[in-house]
Design a protein around this ligand. Sequence first.
Ligand code: HBI
Ligand code: FE
Length: 287
Amino acid sequence: MDDYTIPQHWAHYSAADHAVWKTLFERQTALLPQLACREFVEGMHALPLSADAIPDFAALNEVLMPGTGWQVVAVPGLVPDEVFFNHLANRRFPSGNFIRGADQLDYLQEPDVFHDVFGHVPMLMHPVMADFIQLYGQAGLRAQRIGKLTELARVYWYTVEFGLVKEQVQGASGAEEALRIYGAGIASSFTESGFAVQSPSPHRIGFELERVMRTRYRIDDFQECYFVLDSLSDLLDLARIDFDPVYERLNSGPTYAPGEVLLSDKVFQRGDGGYARSHKPVSACVE
Ligand code: HBI
Ligand code: FE
């Protein structure tokens, strides 16, 4: 099977490409110490990432590989699901080798090197996330064979891409509980980082597997709901689950819209939905 990997061709990046990286990198490194979980910020600092240049995957892998068994491999952009899962199952994280243009700093369709490396790789330094994503790759291969990818992909979306986690932080009056970013889709987005943690608009609801697997998501705009883990270590239990009985239960019962709140939800914050109401969804944007 073609694995879609290509050489990164680091020397081919232009000065303008590196300048886009610098802008994105400086914005996020200023924001995330207040908004992202400790593990993300530590991972970010442990890696050879800097504002100066788009990272060279070879140099990045010299730190990533020995610590985690993961490596970053270059791909041209989105790859077929089976190819994507096969890489993850073998601890290879596919990264787009291109970078967005200066006219697309805040939104682009395909994952580029900033989203894939800056957004995802810091969390790969965390042993729990490192194992979780590999097991997701294995589960993805099976889900695809049995036609359950839509349901499984929602787990990835609401954790690896758009997950929040509870964290104890020092507030003005001592230790307090805060919600922090660990999802790469949020961490790589200047506008969504603040929105996800601070905006009154979205719901923030305790993560519950079946609830999440029944919840559609938006791919074209800020999420209407974020799901919150009590701790990153919850991902370990999640990775060890036999999904087959869960898929079985999902064969009947409801599917939820992204903005719904249920009586059974553990609600951290009920959003006022203000943002979503003022940005009408484009049809077919919900998976
Ligand atoms: N390819 N490069 C790349 N990156 C992704 O995140 C990705 C992909 N192909 C398929 C895919 N994601 C998703 O559709 C699966 O998680 C379901
Ligand atoms: Fe991603």
